[in-house]
Design a protein around this ligand. Structure first.
Ligand SMILES: *Cc1c(COP(=O)(O)O)cnc(C)c1O
Length: 379
C-alpha cells in the first residue's frame, strides 16, 4: 500500500488484506472438501461484516458463542442449520433464541445446562439438537490462558459424568443428541496434539457405542495455530497436514460427519494494526518507541503475552536499533513487545503489528475513553 494512502487514514487502524483472506479460505475449504469435512467459522475471532460476508460466500458454517453472534450470522445470510452454539454460560434468552431459530446444535457444556435446554425446548414445543461438549483431558501444549481441554478448566462435561448423562438422556424428550463436541485450546501448532485428540475421541466413541449410542456428528472444534513469528514466510496455516491428521487417526463410523470450528487460522494472518510512532524515549539501558496504538486496540499481548511480529513501514534506514514498542495507556502491560529490532525510528514513522486478524479488533475497548481503531480493506 502506498504511503500516500496510509497517510489519508487516522492511525491506529486495522488493515485487512482481503486477497490473503480469500486465498486462505479457499485453501482451507479445498482441503476440508477433499475429505468432506465441514468447517464452521468461529466468528468470535473476527465478526466484521466484510470478513463474515466473504466467509459466507465461500460456503463455511458458523460457530457462535452468544445470542448476538447467532443474530449477526443470520443477518449476514448464514443458515441456522449451519450454526453451532457453544458457551459455558448460555442465558435463558440465548437458549430460547437458539431453539426458536433451530440452530444446528447446542454444544452443551454441563448437566445443568442440558436440563435447562430440555425444559425450555419442551415449553416452546420444540426439540433442540444438542452435541455434548466433552472434556477430553488433553493438554494442548499452548499458553495456559488459552488451554480449554483439561479437567482443570471450566469448559465441557467430564468423562466421569457420562453415566449420569446416559441415564438422563432417554428421559429428556426436549433434546435430541446429534453429536459429540471437543475443543481443546487455541494456537496449537504441534500436530501430535491433534493426533492425541483423535485417539481420545476414538476411546470416548467406544464408551458411547457400549451404551448403544452412535451419534451422527463428531465436532473436533478449532485451535489450529499460525506462524506468528514469520508471517511472511508462512502466511497460510498448514490446513493440509491438519485435516490429514484427522483422516489418519480419527475412526469415523459409517455416515458420521466430521465438523471443525476454525477461527484464528482462517483470519489471523490477514489483519495488521497500523500505527504511528509518537515519541522515541530513551531509558537508562533501553529505548521505547511509544506508538499511538495501545492495548485498547490490541489486547492480546497484555491479556496472554502473545507474540506479534512488528515491522516498520517505508523506513529505509539501514541502521537497526532495539526498541520496547509500547502504547500510551497507563497500564504496565500496555506493551506490544520488548527489544524489537527495527530500523532507526523517528516520530511520525509507521509500523505494522502483524497477524492481528483474529482476537484483535473484536477485543478492542474504549478504556481511557480512547476512540476505537477503524478498519480498511485492501486487495
Ligand atoms: C474459540 C473457539 C473456537 C475457535 O478456536 P481457534 O483457536 O480460533 O480456531 C472453536 N470452538 C470453540 C468452542 C471455541 O470456543
Amino acid at each position: 500500500m502506498e504511503l500516500q494512502t496510509i497517510k489519508q487514514h487516522l492511525t491506529p487502524f486495522y488493515l485487512y488484506d482481503t486477497e490473503l483472506l480469500k486465498k486462505t479460505l479457499s485453501i482451507a475449504k479445498k482441503e476440508a472438501d477433499h475429505y468432506k469435512y465441514i468447517v464452521h467459522y468461529a466468528m468470535k475471532a473476527n465478526s466484521n461484516d466484510r470478513i463474515m460476508e466473504l466467509i459466507h460466500s465461500m460456503g463455511f458454517g458458523i460457530d457462535s458463542v452468544s445470542g448476538n453472534e447467532i443474530k449477526r450470522a443470520l443477518q449476514i445470510g448464514f443458515k441456522a442449520s449451519d450454526i453451532t452454539f457453544a458457551g459455558v454460560g448460555k442465558t435463558d434468552d440465548e437458549i430460547k433464541l437458539g431453539i426458536e431459530k433451530e440452530v444446528f446444535s447446542f454444544n452443551v457444556e454441563s448437566i445443568p445446562e442440558l436440563e435447562i435446554i430440555n425444559t425450555m425446548a419442551i415449553r416452546l414445543g420444540k426439540i433442540a439438537s444438542i452435541a455434548l461438549r466433552i472434556n477430553p483431558n488433553i493438554d494442548a501444549n499452548t499458553h495456559s490462558y488459552i488451554t480449554t481441554g483439561t479437567e482443570e478448566n471450566k469448559f465441557g462435561i467430564n468423562i466421569w459424568e457420562m453415566d449420569e448423562i446416559f441415564e438422563l438422556l432417554p428421559k429428556f424428550i426436549g433434546v435430541k443428541l446429534i453429536g459429540l463436541h471437543f475443543h481443546i485450546g487455541s494456537q496449537i501448532t504441534d500436530m501430535n496434539v491433534f493426533k492425541n485428540l483423535c485417539l481420545r475421541v476414538n476411546q470416548i466413541q467406544e464408551i458411547f457405542i457400549a451404551n448403544q449410542i452412535i451419534v451422527e456428528n463428531i465436532n473436533v472444534g478449532g485451535g489450529l495455530g499460525i506462524n506468528y513469528h514469520e508471517p511472511d514466510l508462512e502466511p497460510i496455516a498448514d490446513f493440509k497436514s491438519y485435516f490429514a491428521v484427522f483422516k489418519r487417526f480419527l475412526d469415523l463410523r459409517p455416515n458420521q460427519k466430521l465438523h471443525f470450528e476454525l477461527g484464528r487460522s482462517l483470519v489471523a494472518p490477514c489483519g495488521n494494526l497500523i500505527s504511528k510512532v509518537l515519541y522515541i524515549k530513551k531509558g537508562a539501558a533501553k529505548q521505547f518507541a511509544i506508538i499511538d496504538a495501545s492495548m485498547t486496540d490490541l489486547l492480546r499481548p497484555a491479556l496472554y503475552q502473545s507474540f506479534h511480529y512488528i515491522n516498520a513501514l517505508y523506513n529505509v534506514s539501514a541502521k537497526t536499533e532495539k526498541y520496547d514498542v509500547v502504547g500510551p495507556v497507563c497500564e504496565s502491560t500496555d506493551i506490544f513487545r520488548k527489544a524489537v529490532d527495527l530500523p532507526k525510528l523517528q516520530r511520525g514513522d509507521y509500523i505494522a503489528i502483524r497477524s492481528v486478524g483474529a482476537y484483535g479488533q473484536v477485543m478492542s475497548s474504549n478504556y481511557n475513553l480512547r476512540d476505537k481503531a477503524g478498519e480498511i480493506y485492501v486487495d
